[in-house]
Write a protein that binds this ligand. Sequence first.
Ligand code: 5GP
Ligand code: ZN
Length: 145
Amino acid sequence: MELINLMDSCIFCAIIEGDIPSHSVYEDETTLAFLDINPISVGHTLIIPKYHSSKINQLPISFATSLMQTVHTLTGPIEKAVGANATTIAFNNGSEAGQEVPHVHCHIIPRFEQDGGKSVHSLVESPSHPPLDFSDIVMSIKNLI
Ligand code: 5GP
Ligand code: ZN
């Protein structure tokens, strides 16, 4: 497949093009996976689509689908390679969520007993929301799908 929609100023597009080196662990027509340069734990891997888009909700569905296929393919081998029984699999989707590189990427982070980390429920320290009305939220979301 032809590489489409890459962006000159993006470091992950440059990694796809081979202009910036990376420790690649897997590549196919639409995705690339490589070790994070600043790993949270041993084996911390990033999986990216070969399409420049900052957020997953802006990514064409075919690239989002193949990205998840690659996550599925790699999670077991990554865990086994580093002797982990668990992984945190996460997207920082937008700058408010901590995303620093504005090219969609999925983190696969091997987790170990007593690594001091927590679950995704620890991500937000100061939840800010009006009084919760679950049915309003459900309606709002459903109306936008
Ligand atoms: P974010 O905070 O955007 O979700 O995560 C970006 C990740 O990309 C960080 O974990 C950071 O260490 C990693 N990263 C940034 N630049 C490079 C690079 O040039 N090469 C590699 N392999 N990882 C990078
Ligand atoms: Zn890019």
